[in-house]
Design a protein around this ligand. Structure first.
Ligand SMILES: *Cc1c(COP(=O)(O)O)cnc(C)c1O
Length: 370
């Protein structure tokens, strides 16, 4: 049908033509334009409600006059700041336009038609997209209690497996893997297979046996750890993240990377933000209070939720969440429906400022009572 109208469409690769795109959280501007309302709150994309810290803001302001020039394509200062922070060599670091960009570089470097990647049911939505975008095959392991089941994932690994994707903690479930289990899983993988540990929410986690896998890259040359400035660092709009790996792996990823994939404002803001531990501390503390506020309300209202170590929590409404989500939108509250994750009865709520959480709780009570 489409091909008859434009024959060029038929030459797209079948895997791109069949790709289901990522569904982002609804922007506030879009909701307000559609409904003609104001003062909406967005708790849909796990952003930091405090935004950037003072050091990042100052770094951006100081650089505004320079944006007529291309950024440093090698990201020298940012890579050096990250190397110092993590105690690794700058050659271990791959900068990305958001950590999603790094995930895509990994897919393009290690996947192709005929090979496979493995991830869990309910894992972050970018893993299937990056896999299919390069024509590789996704193998999805059933989850256990919503979390990654490492035994089920192991069972899917074979000669064709090239990439294993793990989000720790996982989004949208907020579940996590302890150090010992993850370490033995990585150690058990064939040497011909890369494992990606996506640590987008690591700063929020305080569980004592939660791993910092950036310490493992010397032990596991097939390990790539990804981190982002979009969550606890409050720089989501700037798009900046990074990978840490064996320098030989980073060298491969950097061959695929576009020369100016991270803009100058993002590089400067991120280098300042990594040193602003006070802002991270305040953000983590705000999240802890917000998580308590939300889960107390769920307990009071008799709503089931998946215990989460991230800055978001997923509730199970035991009935289709779509109409409830629509009713929340009409009340100016944006959260995240999860039907595209195979969770049609669930909504994911990011922690916000106290008054934003209160707006959501009041709107939810109102909707459920109606
Ligand atoms: C938000 C998120 C990311 C980060 O994406 P960016 O491209 O850095 O904004 C990566 N992984 C997971 C699991 C996430 O939830």
């Amino acid at each position: 049908m489409i091909q008859a109208e434009n024959p060029f469409l038929s030459i797209a690769t079948p895997w791109i033509a069949g790709l289901t795109p990522y569904v982002p959280g609804k922007p506030i501007s879009e909701l307000e334009r559609e409904l003609g309302i104001r003062d909406s709150v967005k708790l849909a994309s796990n952003e930091n409600p405090l935004g950037p810290g003072p050091k990042a803001r100052a770094a951006i302001a100081a650089l505004l006059g320079e944006i007529g020039r291309y950024p440093d394509g090698a990201g020298f200062e940012l890579r050096r700041a990250l190397a110092d922070h993590h105690g690794v060599s700058p050659t271990a670091i791959t900068l990305g336009n958001g950590s999603n960009d790094v995930l895509d570089l990994i897919a393009r470097t290690f996947l192709q038609p005929g090979v496979e990647s493995v991830f869990s049911e309910y894992a972050f939505a970018v893993y299937p997209i990056s896999t299919q975008a390069v024509g590789a095959t996704a193998r999805v392991a059933p989850a256990r209690d919503y979390g990654h089941d490492l035994d089920a994932m192991s069972a899917l690994i074979n000669d064709q497996t090239r990439v294993v994707w793990i989000a720790n903690p996982n989004n949208p479930t907020g579940t996590w893997l302890a150090a010992s289990a993850l370490r033995s899983f990585i150690g058990s993988l064939p040497k011909t297979c890369v494992v990606v540990v996506d640590e987008a929410y690591t700063d929020y986690v305080s569980e004592p046996d939660f791993p910092d896998t950036t310490n493992w890259i010397e032990t596991f040359p097939n390990l790539i750890v990804t981190r982002t400035f979009a969550k606890a660092y409050g720089l989501a709009a700037l798009r900046v993240g990074y990978g840490i790996s064996d320098p030989r792996v980073a060298d491969l990823l950097n061959r695929v990377r576009q020369p100016f994939n991270v803009n100058a404002l993002a590089q400067a803001a991120a280098a300042a933000a990594i040193g602003d531990r006070e802002h991270v501390r305040a953000s983590v503390e705000l999240n802890r209070a917000g998580m308590r506020q939300l889960t107390d309300a769920f307990a009071r209202l008799g709503i089931d939720y998946i215990p989460s170590v991230g800055n978001f929590v997923t509730i199970d409404l035991k009935r289709p969440a779509g109409p409830i989500n629509d009713a929340l939108l009409r009340r100016g509250v944006i959260v995240r429906p999860l039907a595209n994750y195979g969770l049609p009865n669930h909504l994911r709520i990011s922690t916000g400022l106290e008054q934003e959480n209160a707006r959501f709780i009041a709107a939810l009570e109102d909707v459920l009572a109606a």
